[in-house]
Design a protein around this ligand. Sequence first.
Ligand SMILES: [Zn+2]
Ligand SMILES: [Zn+2]
Length: 357
Amino acid sequence: MVATGRETDAWVVERPGPMATHPLRLVHKGVPDPGPGELLVEVDVCGVCRTDLHLAEGDLAPRAHGRTPGHEAVGRVVAAGPDPSDMPDALDPSDAWGAPRPGIGDRVGVAWLAGTCGVCRYCRAGRENLCPESRYTGWDRDGGFARYLLADARYVYPLPPDARDDAELAPLLCAGIIGYRALERADLPPGGRLGLYGFGASAHLTAQLALARGATVHVLTRAEEARRLALELGAASAGHAYDAPPEPLDAAILFAPVGDLVPVALAALDRGGTLAVAGIHLSDIPSLNYADHLFQERTLRSVTANTREDGRAYLAEVSGLPLRVHTVRYAFADADRALADLAGDRVTGVAVLDLRQ
Ligand SMILES: [Zn+2]
Ligand SMILES: [Zn+2]
Protein backbone atom coordinates (compact mmCIF):
# COMPACT_ATOMS: atom_id res chain seq x y z
CA MET A 1 0.00 0.00 0.00
CA VAL A 2 1.31 3.44 -0.86
CA ALA A 3 0.40 6.64 0.92
CA THR A 4 -0.88 9.21 -1.52
CA GLY A 5 1.07 12.36 -2.06
CA ARG A 6 4.37 11.36 -0.44
CA GLU A 7 7.14 10.44 -2.78
CA THR A 8 10.80 9.66 -2.36
CA ASP A 9 13.90 8.72 -4.32
CA ALA A 10 15.23 5.18 -4.17
CA TRP A 11 18.05 3.29 -5.87
CA VAL A 12 16.96 -0.02 -7.39
CA VAL A 13 18.83 -2.91 -9.02
CA GLU A 14 17.44 -2.58 -12.53
CA ARG A 15 19.58 -5.13 -14.39
CA PRO A 16 22.17 -7.03 -12.33
CA GLY A 17 25.61 -7.01 -13.93
CA PRO A 18 29.14 -5.64 -13.57
CA MET A 19 29.21 -2.08 -12.20
CA ALA A 20 30.57 -0.88 -15.55
CA THR A 21 27.14 -1.74 -17.04
CA HIS A 22 25.34 0.51 -14.49
CA PRO A 23 23.02 -2.07 -12.90
CA LEU A 24 21.50 0.48 -10.51
CA ARG A 25 18.94 3.14 -11.33
CA LEU A 26 17.62 6.02 -9.24
CA VAL A 27 13.82 6.05 -9.30
CA HIS A 28 11.05 8.09 -7.77
CA LYS A 29 8.48 6.14 -5.84
CA GLY A 30 5.74 6.42 -3.25
CA VAL A 31 6.49 6.21 0.47
CA PRO A 32 4.93 2.94 1.70
CA ASP A 33 2.63 2.69 4.72
CA PRO A 34 3.71 0.32 7.52
CA GLY A 35 1.64 -2.84 7.81
CA PRO A 36 1.03 -4.81 11.02
CA GLY A 37 4.24 -5.08 13.04
CA GLU A 38 6.17 -2.87 10.64
CA LEU A 39 7.98 0.42 11.16
CA LEU A 40 8.53 3.14 8.58
CA VAL A 41 12.08 4.42 9.02
CA GLU A 42 13.37 7.68 7.61
CA VAL A 43 16.95 6.79 6.70
CA ASP A 44 19.72 9.27 7.48
CA VAL A 45 22.76 7.22 6.51
CA CYS A 46 23.28 3.78 5.03
CA GLY A 47 26.53 1.85 4.86
CA VAL A 48 27.61 0.21 1.61
CA CYS A 49 28.47 -3.46 2.06
CA ARG A 50 30.12 -5.92 -0.30
CA THR A 51 26.86 -7.88 -0.27
CA ASP A 52 25.18 -4.87 -1.90
CA LEU A 53 27.78 -5.18 -4.62
CA HIS A 54 27.05 -8.92 -4.98
CA LEU A 55 23.34 -8.03 -5.35
CA ALA A 56 24.01 -5.29 -7.90
CA GLU A 57 26.36 -7.46 -9.94
CA GLY A 58 24.13 -10.54 -9.77
CA ASP A 59 26.50 -12.80 -7.77
CA LEU A 60 23.43 -13.28 -5.56
CA ALA A 61 20.42 -14.02 -7.76
CA PRO A 62 17.76 -11.32 -7.43
CA ARG A 63 14.67 -12.31 -5.46
CA ALA A 64 12.57 -9.51 -6.94
CA HIS A 65 13.02 -7.13 -9.83
CA GLY A 66 13.89 -3.56 -8.88
CA ARG A 67 14.86 -4.27 -5.28
CA THR A 68 16.48 -1.45 -3.29
CA PRO A 69 19.80 -2.58 -1.70
CA GLY A 70 21.28 -1.34 1.57
CA HIS A 71 21.29 -3.10 4.94
CA GLU A 72 23.26 -0.82 7.23
CA ALA A 73 20.60 1.83 7.64
CA VAL A 74 20.49 4.27 10.52
CA GLY A 75 17.46 6.52 10.84
CA ARG A 76 14.41 7.39 12.85
CA VAL A 77 11.03 5.73 13.16
CA VAL A 78 8.45 8.04 11.59
CA ALA A 79 5.40 5.73 11.53
CA ALA A 80 4.39 2.39 13.03
CA GLY A 81 1.84 -0.11 11.77
CA PRO A 82 -0.68 -1.75 14.08
CA ASP A 83 0.79 -3.95 16.82
CA PRO A 84 0.28 -7.54 15.61
CA SER A 85 -0.11 -8.79 19.18
CA ASP A 86 -3.37 -6.83 19.29
CA MET A 87 -4.64 -8.57 16.18
CA PRO A 88 -6.82 -11.68 16.31
CA ASP A 89 -4.43 -13.88 14.29
CA ALA A 90 -1.33 -12.84 16.22
CA LEU A 91 1.60 -15.16 15.60
CA ASP A 92 4.73 -13.80 17.12
CA PRO A 93 6.88 -16.74 18.14
CA SER A 94 10.16 -15.38 16.77
CA ASP A 95 10.10 -12.30 18.94
CA ALA A 96 13.16 -12.72 21.07
CA TRP A 97 13.23 -9.10 22.22
CA GLY A 98 12.93 -8.55 25.91
CA ALA A 99 13.00 -4.80 25.33
CA PRO A 100 10.08 -2.63 24.26
CA ARG A 101 9.74 -2.19 20.50
CA PRO A 102 11.12 1.04 19.09
CA GLY A 103 8.55 3.83 18.93
CA ILE A 104 8.06 6.91 16.78
CA GLY A 105 11.03 9.27 16.96
CA ASP A 106 13.46 6.58 18.15
CA ARG A 107 16.81 6.19 16.43
CA VAL A 108 17.13 2.68 15.03
CA GLY A 109 19.32 0.48 12.88
CA VAL A 110 18.02 -1.77 10.11
CA ALA A 111 20.44 -4.60 9.34
CA TRP A 112 20.76 -7.62 7.04
CA LEU A 113 18.53 -10.10 8.88
CA ALA A 114 14.99 -8.92 8.12
CA GLY A 115 12.88 -11.90 9.20
CA THR A 116 12.80 -15.59 10.11
CA CYS A 117 9.98 -18.11 10.48
CA GLY A 118 10.31 -18.41 14.25
CA VAL A 119 9.06 -22.00 14.34
CA CYS A 120 11.61 -24.20 12.54
CA ARG A 121 14.15 -26.30 14.43
CA TYR A 122 16.90 -23.72 13.85
CA CYS A 123 14.82 -20.78 15.06
CA ARG A 124 13.70 -22.70 18.14
CA ALA A 125 17.31 -23.65 18.92
CA GLY A 126 18.54 -20.04 18.84
CA ARG A 127 20.14 -20.52 15.42
CA GLU A 128 17.80 -18.27 13.46
CA ASN A 129 20.66 -17.36 11.11
CA LEU A 130 20.17 -20.84 9.61
CA CYS A 131 16.38 -20.52 9.19
CA PRO A 132 15.47 -21.74 5.67
CA GLU A 133 12.76 -19.07 5.56
CA SER A 134 15.05 -16.21 6.60
CA ARG A 135 14.63 -12.95 4.77
CA TYR A 136 17.16 -10.22 4.18
CA THR A 137 17.10 -6.46 3.86
CA GLY A 138 17.94 -5.35 0.34
CA TRP A 139 17.32 -8.84 -1.08
CA ASP A 140 13.85 -9.93 0.09
CA ARG A 141 12.78 -6.50 1.32
CA ASP A 142 13.69 -3.05 0.09
CA GLY A 143 16.70 -1.64 1.88
CA GLY A 144 18.30 1.62 2.89
CA PHE A 145 19.48 3.05 -0.43
CA ALA A 146 16.27 5.09 -0.16
CA ARG A 147 15.08 7.86 2.11
CA TYR A 148 12.33 5.62 3.57
CA LEU A 149 12.19 1.91 4.27
CA LEU A 150 9.81 -0.50 5.95
CA ALA A 151 11.13 -2.98 8.49
CA ASP A 152 9.68 -5.69 10.72
CA ALA A 153 9.81 -4.09 14.17
CA ARG A 154 11.16 -7.32 15.70
CA TYR A 155 14.32 -7.15 13.57
CA VAL A 156 15.17 -3.49 14.13
CA TYR A 157 17.93 -2.53 16.58
CA PRO A 158 17.20 0.34 18.94
CA LEU A 159 20.22 2.67 18.98
CA PRO A 160 21.10 4.94 21.87
CA PRO A 161 20.37 8.62 21.05
CA ASP A 162 23.73 9.84 22.33
CA ALA A 163 26.07 7.27 20.83
CA ARG A 164 28.53 7.84 18.04
CA ASP A 165 27.89 9.65 14.80
CA ASP A 166 25.28 8.07 12.48
CA ALA A 167 27.84 7.49 9.73
CA GLU A 168 30.14 5.65 12.13
CA LEU A 169 27.27 3.64 13.56
CA ALA A 170 25.89 2.39 10.22
CA PRO A 171 28.81 0.07 9.33
CA LEU A 172 28.51 -1.67 12.69
CA LEU A 173 25.14 -3.05 11.58
CA CYS A 174 26.56 -5.50 9.05
CA ALA A 175 30.33 -5.15 8.78
CA GLY A 176 30.55 -5.09 12.57
CA ILE A 177 27.97 -7.74 13.42
CA ILE A 178 29.17 -10.21 10.78
CA GLY A 179 32.75 -9.67 11.93
CA TYR A 180 31.63 -10.38 15.48
CA ARG A 181 30.00 -13.65 14.43
CA ALA A 182 33.04 -14.60 12.33
CA LEU A 183 35.28 -13.98 15.33
CA GLU A 184 33.04 -16.20 17.46
CA ARG A 185 33.09 -18.90 14.77
CA ALA A 186 36.90 -18.67 14.53
CA ASP A 187 37.18 -19.81 18.17
CA LEU A 188 40.02 -17.45 19.01
CA PRO A 189 41.39 -18.38 22.44
CA PRO A 190 41.97 -15.57 24.99
CA GLY A 191 45.13 -13.67 24.07
CA GLY A 192 45.40 -15.71 20.87
CA ARG A 193 46.97 -15.00 17.50
CA LEU A 194 44.43 -14.00 14.86
CA GLY A 195 44.98 -13.68 11.10
CA LEU A 196 42.66 -11.51 9.01
CA TYR A 197 42.71 -12.14 5.26
CA GLY A 198 41.40 -9.06 3.48
CA PHE A 199 41.04 -5.76 5.28
CA GLY A 200 37.88 -4.00 4.21
CA ALA A 201 34.97 -2.69 6.25
CA SER A 202 34.26 -5.78 8.31
CA ALA A 203 37.88 -6.74 8.94
CA HIS A 204 38.91 -3.30 10.18
CA LEU A 205 36.11 -3.41 12.77
CA THR A 206 36.82 -7.02 13.70
CA ALA A 207 40.50 -6.24 14.19
CA GLN A 208 39.59 -3.59 16.76
CA LEU A 209 37.20 -5.94 18.56
CA ALA A 210 39.86 -8.66 18.72
CA LEU A 211 42.53 -6.20 19.88
CA ALA A 212 40.19 -4.95 22.62
CA ARG A 213 39.83 -8.57 23.72
CA GLY A 214 43.61 -8.90 23.98
CA ALA A 215 44.40 -10.72 20.73
CA THR A 216 47.52 -10.35 18.59
CA VAL A 217 46.29 -9.50 15.09
CA HIS A 218 48.08 -10.17 11.81
CA VAL A 219 46.56 -8.69 8.65
CA LEU A 220 47.16 -10.17 5.20
CA THR A 221 45.79 -8.15 2.31
CA ARG A 222 46.74 -6.91 -1.13
CA ALA A 223 46.07 -3.14 -0.84
CA GLU A 224 48.95 -1.14 0.59
CA GLU A 225 46.66 1.52 2.03
CA ALA A 226 44.69 -1.15 3.91
CA ARG A 227 47.93 -2.57 5.33
CA ARG A 228 48.87 0.91 6.54
CA LEU A 229 45.45 1.32 8.19
CA ALA A 230 45.83 -2.10 9.85
CA LEU A 231 49.12 -1.09 11.45
CA GLU A 232 47.66 2.25 12.56
CA LEU A 233 44.82 0.41 14.28
CA GLY A 234 47.24 -1.77 16.21
CA ALA A 235 47.87 -4.88 14.10
CA ALA A 236 51.16 -6.58 14.97
CA SER A 237 51.96 -7.11 11.30
CA ALA A 238 50.49 -6.42 7.87
CA GLY A 239 51.60 -8.45 4.88
CA HIS A 240 50.48 -9.37 1.39
CA ALA A 241 47.51 -11.73 1.14
CA TYR A 242 49.60 -14.72 0.04
CA ASP A 243 52.46 -14.12 2.50
CA ALA A 244 52.92 -16.34 5.54
CA PRO A 245 52.23 -14.46 8.80
CA PRO A 246 55.24 -14.00 11.12
CA GLU A 247 53.92 -16.65 13.55
CA PRO A 248 51.42 -19.53 13.36
CA LEU A 249 47.80 -18.50 13.90
CA ASP A 250 45.34 -19.84 16.47
CA ALA A 251 42.48 -18.57 14.35
CA ALA A 252 41.94 -16.83 11.05
CA ILE A 253 39.07 -15.15 9.27
CA LEU A 254 38.84 -14.96 5.49
CA PHE A 255 37.09 -11.72 4.56
CA ALA A 256 38.30 -11.50 0.96
CA PRO A 257 35.84 -13.38 -1.33
CA VAL A 258 38.76 -15.33 -2.77
CA GLY A 259 38.64 -19.12 -2.56
CA ASP A 260 42.34 -19.35 -3.53
CA LEU A 261 43.13 -17.98 -0.08
CA VAL A 262 41.47 -20.89 1.77
CA PRO A 263 44.47 -23.25 1.52
CA VAL A 264 46.83 -20.31 2.15
CA ALA A 265 45.05 -19.43 5.40
CA LEU A 266 44.69 -23.08 6.48
CA ALA A 267 48.43 -23.58 6.00
CA ALA A 268 49.07 -20.55 8.23
CA LEU A 269 47.14 -22.07 11.15
CA ASP A 270 48.84 -23.65 14.11
CA ARG A 271 47.75 -27.15 15.17
CA GLY A 272 44.14 -27.10 16.29
CA GLY A 273 43.50 -23.72 14.66
CA THR A 274 40.27 -22.63 12.99
CA LEU A 275 39.61 -20.74 9.77
CA ALA A 276 36.22 -19.03 9.45
CA VAL A 277 35.06 -17.81 6.03
CA ALA A 278 33.09 -14.62 6.63
CA GLY A 279 31.68 -13.85 3.19
CA ILE A 280 28.32 -14.76 1.70
CA HIS A 281 30.01 -15.37 -1.64
CA LEU A 282 33.37 -17.02 -2.31
CA SER A 283 35.09 -17.95 -5.57
CA ASP A 284 35.89 -21.66 -5.97
CA ILE A 285 38.22 -23.24 -3.41
CA PRO A 286 41.14 -25.10 -5.00
CA SER A 287 41.69 -28.71 -3.95
CA LEU A 288 43.07 -29.10 -0.45
CA ASN A 289 45.91 -31.31 0.69
CA TYR A 290 44.92 -33.17 3.82
CA ALA A 291 48.36 -33.09 5.46
CA ASP A 292 49.11 -29.44 4.67
CA HIS A 293 45.68 -27.94 5.24
CA LEU A 294 43.48 -30.01 7.56
CA PHE A 295 45.41 -32.62 9.53
CA GLN A 296 46.43 -31.77 13.12
CA GLU A 297 42.81 -30.85 13.76
CA ARG A 298 42.67 -27.67 11.79
CA THR A 299 39.06 -26.66 11.16
CA LEU A 300 37.40 -24.85 8.25
CA ARG A 301 34.06 -23.18 8.97
CA SER A 302 31.62 -20.93 7.19
CA VAL A 303 29.72 -18.02 8.68
CA THR A 304 26.10 -17.59 7.69
CA ALA A 305 24.45 -14.25 8.42
CA ASN A 306 23.82 -13.62 12.12
CA THR A 307 21.22 -13.90 14.81
CA ARG A 308 19.59 -10.93 16.49
CA GLU A 309 21.40 -12.03 19.62
CA ASP A 310 24.73 -11.55 17.79
CA GLY A 311 23.63 -8.03 16.90
CA ARG A 312 22.59 -7.15 20.42
CA ALA A 313 25.72 -8.65 21.97
CA TYR A 314 28.01 -6.89 19.49
CA LEU A 315 26.37 -3.47 19.81
CA ALA A 316 26.54 -3.80 23.60
CA GLU A 317 30.22 -4.90 23.57
CA VAL A 318 31.38 -2.05 21.34
CA SER A 319 29.26 0.67 22.93
CA GLY A 320 32.06 1.38 25.37
CA LEU A 321 34.94 0.90 22.92
CA PRO A 322 36.68 3.82 21.23
CA LEU A 323 36.25 2.25 17.78
CA ARG A 324 37.83 4.04 14.87
CA VAL A 325 35.38 3.62 12.03
CA HIS A 326 37.17 4.68 8.90
CA THR A 327 34.36 6.00 6.67
CA VAL A 328 34.40 7.25 3.12
CA ARG A 329 31.26 9.35 2.65
CA TYR A 330 29.18 9.60 -0.50
CA ALA A 331 26.13 11.70 -1.29
CA PHE A 332 22.94 9.71 -1.88
CA ALA A 333 23.06 10.58 -5.59
CA ASP A 334 26.44 8.82 -5.82
CA ALA A 335 25.38 5.36 -4.59
CA ASP A 336 26.38 3.76 -7.89
CA ARG A 337 29.79 5.39 -7.71
CA ALA A 338 30.23 4.10 -4.15
CA LEU A 339 29.56 0.53 -5.34
CA ALA A 340 31.85 0.98 -8.34
CA ASP A 341 34.61 2.18 -6.02
CA LEU A 342 34.05 -0.85 -3.79
CA ALA A 343 34.23 -3.13 -6.84
CA GLY A 344 37.48 -1.44 -7.90
CA ASP A 345 39.10 -1.71 -4.44
CA ARG A 346 39.16 2.07 -4.13
CA VAL A 347 37.50 2.23 -0.69
CA THR A 348 39.71 2.03 2.40
CA GLY A 349 37.44 1.40 5.37
CA VAL A 350 33.67 1.71 4.88
CA ALA A 351 31.68 3.53 2.21
CA VAL A 352 28.64 5.29 3.70
CA LEU A 353 25.78 7.03 1.88
CA ASP A 354 24.43 10.20 3.42
CA LEU A 355 20.72 10.34 2.61
CA ARG A 356 20.44 13.86 3.99
CA GLN A 357 22.57 15.24 1.17
ZN1 LIG B 1 12.98 -20.61 11.11
ZN1 LIG C 1 26.42 -6.59 4.65
